[in-house]
Design a binder for this molecule. Structure first.
Ligand code: AMP
Length: 193
């Protein structure tokens, strides 16, 4: 199985690239952001709790997202050749728990691919996405800036966690969608099968 963490700040292109990766490599896309937004739409208890954090650009508590991922891993493990984790893990606690959950199934993360994008480009992409998708957290410049700050303060350390395991690849995330996808494929094709 190929289990990839597609990593990067908000606006780095994780969602777009995940969609392309899963098609090429027959993997399953697992986005905690998408799952939480769908829970909000359905007005579930989980959704209502998560919304308070998401509206401010803060992280949803670790216990909540870890619970979601645990359930989904159990339900989907046999449906694809592996997973693309998008937007998870976002803290080292989440990374440790993910490793434990995978290990229980005899699995592990193959590689973290970190998309590197300049600050102003992130802000521009998110504002543009806010106009198109209507995602409320992409419409407010203060929420956007807070999400990037939260990434720098709480999430960036996840890179060091996987780097220490020898599982880190930096990917230049500037350029066209196709150019970036090509770089990702190059890194993925170089992984041991
Ligand atoms: P995303 O779609 O990945 O940009 O996530 C949107 C929002 O969902 C984030 O700003 C967080 O509030 C929340 N969220 C998504 N994934 C996580 C996670 N792994 N841990 C905590 N909060 C998350």
């Amino acid at each position: 199985m190929l289990n990839i963490v597609l990593f990067g700040p908000p606006g780095a292109g994780k969602g777009t690239q995940s969609e392309m990766i899963i098609r090429r490599y027959n993997l399953q896309h697992l986005s905690t952001g998408d799952i939480l937004r769908s829970a909000i739409e359905k007005k579930t208890k989980l959704g209502m709790e998560a919304k308070m954090y998401m509206d401010k650009g803060e992280l949803v508590p670790d216990s909540v997202v870890i619970g979601i991922i645990g359930r989904i891993l159990d339900e989907n493990r046999d449906k694809a050749d592996g997973f693309v984790f998008d937007g998870f893990p976002r803290t080292t606690v989440q990374a440790e728990e993910l490793d434990k959950m995978l290990a229980k199934k005899g699995l592990s993360i193959s590689q973290l691919l970190a998309l590197e994008v300049e600050y102003q480009e992130l802000v521009d992409r998110l504002l543009k996405r806010g106009q198109i998708s209507g995602r409320s957290d992409d419409r407010n410049i203060n929420v956007i800036k807070n999400r990037i700050n939260v990434y720098n303060d709480n999430t960036r350390s996840v890179m060091d966690y996987y780097r220490a395991q020898g599982k880190y690849s930096g990917i230049n995330g500037m350029g066209t969608i196709e150019e970036i996808f090509e770089r990702i494929c190059k890194a993925m094709d170089a992984l041991p099968k």
